[in-house]
Ligand binder design. Structure first.
Ligand SMILES: Nc1ncnc2c1ncn2[C@@H]1O[C@H](COP(=O)(O)OP(=O)(O)OP(=O)(O)O)[C@@H](O)[C@H]1O
Ligand SMILES: [Mg+2]
Length: 325
């Protein structure tokens, strides 16, 4: 798939920093007033298979430890190809693909909503976002053994996305964005027998808060809590308003099925004889659950907007008719 896009460029995050992303709905605040900080990189926490980010144990301005999730770049065309097919309309600006579908922004919106609703205990906590200096971005690449023929992100005349941070021409000069999280050292990856009963209850709570997590794997839980929201959709989200009802149902069922697969695998690997799925989960995954309160699209996001009318006008202009190709 060609990934070059000279135009249009995406705007860099504003300076001084603002809560992100800058669209109606929940946002994440910067961790420091400038969104910059001294970072001491202590240890890599992720795995080779991680796609969206590099996660490190760090100290920040002499305090810590924290977990710092540093996000790779995605072109808006790539995000449009991945997700645009479910939309019955087209997003009006390239930036909107980043605002609603880029992994960094997806996580910001989840943490923003958990804060609005004072439900931060549902996940491993986030403390805000940071922007890496280019020296820090180079330092991480070097610490992780970037190969010699992987040039520094800003050197080549044209950036094609084939570099450590997947930086494309449209991201030239943009800082790498990162989210500061509570570092969880105990509990380990996944969950234990006591925590397993709560996993479906927690996912239902997320949905009632207007959040569909959409990425349920053992690696995305630590000590029974979710840590990874890079695929999550949080309302207001165009995917809930501008798609067919059957697509929304498909996504709800897919997420429930991911949890079922995960639980059966866990029960087999940990030898849980007589393991039973939580009540209602199987029915939900098969579309037999009639309850509508589990559709995140029904969440009243407008109640948090200072100017509800302006927010509605903004989202009404977020999509435009698709042009026939
Ligand atoms: N707060 C944390 N404390 C300790 N370890 C963490 C923390 N957050 C993440 N990790 C470790 O880093 C790994 C990767 O984190 P995460 O799942 O958030 O990113 P990712 O896998 O790159 O995202 P994606 O799954 O979308 O590709 C986790 O599986 C976990 O082992
Ligand atoms: Mg993950």
């Amino acid at each position: 798939m060609p990934r070059v896009s000279i135009n249009p460029l995406l705007p860099a995050p504003s300076n001084p920093p603002v809560p992100l992303p800058q669209v109606p709905g929940p946002k994440l605040e910067p961790f420091t007033p400038t969104a910059h900080a001294d970072i001491e990189f202590l240890m890599y926490l992720g795995r080779d298979e991680d796609k969206d980010s590099y996660v490190w144990k760090v100290n920040i301005n002499g305090n810590g430890p924290y977990a710092l999730k540093m996000f790779k770049f995605n072109t808006w065309e790539y995000l449009g190809q991945c997700y645009g097919r479910w939309l019955s309309k087209r997003l009006a600006k390239p930036q909107f693909y980043a605002d609603y579908f880029d992994p960094f922004n997806c996580e910001c919106r989840v943490y923003g909503r958990l804060k609005q609703e004072q439900r931060e205990e549902l996940a491993v906590r986030s403390h805000g976002y940071l922007l890496l200096s280019s020296e820090q971005a180079h330092q991480v690449a070097n610490l992780m053994g970037r190969s010699r023929d992987d040039p520094d992100d800003d050197d080549p005349a044209t950036l094609y996305g084939h570099n450590f941070w997947d930086r494309d021409e449209q991201h030239r000069g943009h800082p790498v964005k990162a989210i500061v999280k509570e570092f969880v050292s105990d509990g380990g990856e996944g969950f234990n027998k006591t925590q397993v009963a709560k996993l479906w209850d927690d996912l239902k709570e997320f949905r009632k808060l207007g959040i569909l997590v959409r990425d349920i794997t053992i690696h995305n839980y630590i000590g029974g809590k979710l840590i990874d929201f890079s695929r999550a959709w949080t309302v207001y989200h165009p995917l809930f308003d501008w798609t067919t009802d059957s697509h929304v149902t498909d996504h709800l069922e897919m997420e429930a099925q991911e949890l079922i697969d995960l639980l059966y695998t866990w029960a087999r690997v940990t030898d849980q004889s007589g393991f039973k799925l939580p009540k209602g989960l199987k029915e939900h995954s098969m579309g037999e659950d009639e309850s509508t309160d589990l559709n995140p699209g029904l969440y009243d996001w407008r109640k948090w907007e200072a100017d509800q009318e302006a927010a509605q006008i903004f989202v009404d202009k977020t999509l435009v008719e698709k042009v026939d190709e």
